[in-house]
Structures are given as structure tokens and as C-alpha cells.
Design a protein around this ligand. Structure first.
Ligand code: UDP
Length: 465
């Protein structure tokens, strides 16, 4: 009986784009393995995720609909766009649903940031695994710095120190760590996240073994079970918010690998002065570019500058600006893209890796400095733009990266002589590794092993020895 009914996975993401996107990709992965999946969303996200899944169903014809959306809560009800508040509001509706659902889940896959899912797991006797949307490199570095109190040996936030007990010689400064300057409330939350991870059945990571073998093994020693199932990075159906045709036909007119794609993820903001300097740097780089400017960054001041300086006319044919949400995966997958100027969010990095392009790194906050170091020093597929610490509150209106630095960085990543050639080759190789990992390789086997683990738990629940 247990083995004839497909397993049912309940996926509970944090309600922010960079968590929802990989969770949706995971839902697609599990559904493609014949499982039933329920993905929890708030009403604000339901339409967007639904469209992705409808696309998925159309692509996977014959599978039938195996991903169900469960609307639990609404971000507007909590009167804020805070993803934590929105996600925490899901707890009660989810508990009510679990009390009445006819096919109860066999496994809860919870975002690392939602410790309350451990209560559901205990109360309903359902195994829980935690999903990390960052790399094993970041996880192991953060963990070892904290265990060995490595940071306490330095005198200031700007003094570099060695990360202990990892495969490579890696230095960070305190200023680059995600927890430096964090409030007591945030540190307290992190402690709760960690203890909820400890009590879980294991950990899923959006990464793959071949990309960071030493870090995967290092982190494996610190958790009960570890399954790397990535790269889970948006299929092209994820690019539904923007009509991608314009930028794609624009890209069709460009030479192969000639365009740099510039995007800073879903939440990072740049000042108007910095955006202007960036634009001037892209112009001076002489490379064709696609530049995404978030709606929240599109100020009147910036638009006036574009008009007065005739920036669009000046870069006509060479530059394309997209205001708002861009179909990132679709753009990156186009053969004309040859480089990616990124803020080093983990999803963006995986998306860049998957298509095998080298990256120019401009980290801003959270674990982005760790991701930068991983790309530049471990994978050797990135070029640093030279930002050494997060932007402080006082400097938010300043220009931190000058146009000359932007132009130099773009030239290096798009050209760069022999080093550049080597980096491009290496980026292609890492991309190929990622493709193989999900198409029957290590990540595919790890997903199988997770499914087998959950099946075993189910059997032992139904027929205890
Ligand atoms: N993204 C997108 N279009 C945009 C901006 C972002 O599709 O205009 C997607 C991007 O492909 C990635 C996610 O949003 O999947 C951003 O996640 P990431 O971890 O890179 O950065 P964060 O948003 O957490 O800073």
C-alpha cells in the first residue's frame, strides 16, 4: 500500500522571490519524479507561481497535474511586505489544512528561515527536511567561523582573517559576514533557525556535489542527512512577468557571447548617482549590454538624467534598458550573452553557472561576499569589481563604484586576453557539470535518495517493527 501510492511532499517557502523561485523549481523536480506536491503560497504569489506551473504541466504532458498550490495567508493582511511576517502568517491555515487533508503529506520541505514548521512536523508526525537556498561553501564557512570563533581574533571589521577548517585558504573581513552588525533580534532568530535545522531529518541544498565537493563533505559532517539537488534554477517558464520577446529579438541581432547582462536581483537597490555612474561605465566599456533597473530604482531624477543626457540615443543599438522585472533565465540562456554583472545572489549565480558564462561581481549584503569569493577564488569563473564591504547607511547616496572601474571590469570579463579565454572555458565546464548533475548525475541520485528516505519513514510509520 505504502509503496503504491505516490509520496506527497509539502513545500513551505519563505515568501520572497529568491526563495519562492527555487521552491517552485523543486516542486517541478519532485513532480517530474512522479510525486504529489503541495506548494504553499500567499494569495499575492499564487497567480505568478500558478502560471509557472501551468507552463510546467504543458511541457510535461502526460504527467497530469501533480503540483497543487495551497493559498495560506496573505501578505497584505499583515500590512507589510516583510516576507517573514507573511510566511509566519501561514502557520495557522497550514495547521488547519493538515487536520483535514485527505492525503496527508509524507514529508515537509521547509525553508531554513521558518522554524515553526518543526512544530507541525512534531504535531502531525511528518518528517521534515530543511531547504537552504545558499551554497555549501557559504554554509560551511559561516558555521566554521562561528564554531571556531575565528572572527574574534581580529581587531576591526576591516582586518582579514582565515576561515578555519575548509578545503581552501580563504580570507574574509568581519564587514563581509552576513551577521556583522546584525540586531540581537536577528541573531536570536538565526539561533532558532539553526536549532530547527538540527532537529530536522536532514538538509536539502540548491547546489551540486561536483561544483564544491570539499564543502559538501564538510557540511555533511555537521548535519544528519545532506542532499544536494541543484542547480535548481528557473526554467524558461519562470520568466512570465515580462514580455520577453522584445529583448530576445534585440539579442538575436547581436553576435554570440558579445552582450553583458546587468541585474542586481529582486531586492538590492542602488542610489540614483550610482546608477548614473554605472550607466556611464557600461557606455565606456564599449560592450553591448542589457541593463535591468528595478521599478523601485526608477526615480524621476534618473529618468530626467537619461533624457537630458540622451543616454538611450547615445547607446542606441548597443544598450537595452529594461525597467522592472526581467525574464532573467530566458535572457541568460540566449547565445548572445557572454557575461553577467551580478550582485551575487545565489539564484543569480546558479543561473549564470547553468548557462556557463563568466561573472563580474558586485556583492552588496547578506552572504553575497561569500558567494563572490566562491566564484572568484574557488570556481575561478568570476572577476571582482572591487567592492570590499556592504554599503553602510551613511554611504547609501554615494558612488561606491566609479564608471572607470565598471568599464575596466566589463572589458576584463568580456575580453581579458588569455585569462579571459581560460575563464570562459572554465565557466562552460562548470555549467556542463551542473547540467550533468541534474540530468541523471549526482543531484538526480540525491533526489532519488531523498525520495527513498521518505518512503522508508512512511513504511516504518505505517508498519512499525
Ligand atoms: N529575477 C528575475 N528578474 C529580475 C530580477 C530577478 O527573474 O528582474 C530573479 C532571478 O532570476 C533570480 C531571483 O530573481 O532567480 C533573484 O534571486 P537572487 O538569489 O539572485 O537574489 P536576491 O533577489 O535574493 O537578492
Amino acid at each position: 500500500m505504502a509503496s503504491s501510492t505516490p509520496l506527497h511532499f509539502l513545500l513551505v517557502p519563505l515568501m520572497s522571490q529568491s526563495h519562492l523561485i527555487p521552491f517552485t523549481n523543486m516542486a517541478q523536480l519532485l513532480a517530474s519524479r512522479g510525486l504529489n506536491v503541495t506548494l504553499v503560497v500567499t494569495s499575492q504569489n499564487a497567480a505568478r507561481v500558478n502560471t509557472i506551473i501551468v507552463n510546467h504541466d504543458a511541457q510535461e504532458s502526460g504527467l497530469g497535474r501533480t503540483i497543487h498550490l495551497l493559498e495560506a495567508g496573505s501578505s497584505s493582511k499583515c500590512g507589510s511586505n516583510d516576507p517573514f511576517l507573511a510566511s509566519n502568517m501561514m502557520q495557522e491555515p497550514l495547521e488547519n489544512w493538515l487536520q483535514t487533508v485527505s492525503l496527508p503529506p509524507d514529508c515537509i520541505v521547509s525553508d531554513f528561515c521558518l522554524p515553526w514548521t518543526s512544530d507541525l512536523s512534531r504535531k502531525f508526525g511528518i518528517p521534515k527536511v530543511v531547504f537552504h537556498t545558499i551554497s555549501c561553501f557559504s554554509l560551511l564557512c559561516s558555521q566554521n567561523i562561528s564554531i571556531h570563533k575565528a572572527y574574534e581574533t581580529v581587531k576591526s571589521h576591516s582586518e582579514p582573517f582565515l576561515v578555519p577548517d575548509i578545503p581552501d585558504k580563504i580570507m574574509f573581513t568581519g564587514a563581509q559576514l552576513p551577521t556583522t552588525g546584525a540586531s540581537d533580534q536577528w541573531i536570536n532568530l538565526l539561533t532558532q533557525f539553526k536549532s530547527s535545522e538540527k532537529s530536522s531529518d536532514g538538509v536539502l541544498v540548491n547546489s551540486f556535489q561536483e561544483m564544491e565537493p570539499g564543502y559538501v563533505e564538510g557540511y555533511r559532517k555537521q548535519v544528519k542527512n545532506l542532499w544536494c539537488i541543484g542547480p535548481l534554477c528557473g526554467n524558461k517558464g519562470a520568466s512570465i512577468d515580462h514580455d520577453g520577446h522584445d529583448c530576445l529579438s534585440w539579442l538575436d541581432t547581436k553576435d554570440e557571447k558579445s552582450v553583458i547582462y546587468v541585474c542586481f536581483g529582486s531586492i538590492s537597490n542602488l542610489s540614483c548617482k550610482q546608477l548614473i555612474e554605472l550607466g556611464l561605465g557600461l557606455e565606456a566599456s564599449e560592450s553591448p549590454f542589457i541593463w535591468i533597473i528595478k521599478k523601485t530604482d526608477c526615480s524621476l531624477e534618473l529618468e530626467n538624467w537619461f533624457m537630458e543626457e540622451k543616454f538611450v540615443e547615445r547607446t542606441k543599438g548597443r544598450g537595452l534598458i529594461i525597467r522592472g522585472w526581467a525574464p532573467q533565465v530566458l535572457i541568460l540562456s540566449h547565445p548572445a550573452i557572454g557575461g553577467f554583472l551580478t550582485h551575487c545572489g545565489w539564484n543569480s549565480i546558479l543561473e549564470g553557472i547553468r548557462v556557463g558564462v563568466p561573472m563580474l561581481t558586485w556583492p552588496m549584503f547578506a552572504e553575497q561576499f561569500l558567494n563572490e569569493t566562491f566564484m572568484v577564488e574557488v570556481l575561478k569563473i568570476g572577476v571582482r569589481l572591487g567592492v570590499v564591504r556592504p554599503t553602510g547607511e551613511k554611504e547609501k547616496e554615494d558612488v561606491l563604484v566609479m564608471k572607470e572601474e565598471v568599464a575596466k571590469g566589463v572589458k576584463e570579463v568580456m575580453g581579458g586576453g588569455e585569462d579571459g579565454e581560460w575563464r570562459r572555458k572554465r565557466a562552460r565546464e562548470v555549467g556542463e557539470m551542473g547540467k550533468r548533475a541534474v540530468e541523471g548525475g549526482s543531484s538526480y541520485s540525491n533526489a532519488t535518495s531523498l525520495i527513498e528516505y521518505v518512503m522508508k519513514q512512511k513504511i516504518s510509520r505505517i508498519s512499525p517493527i
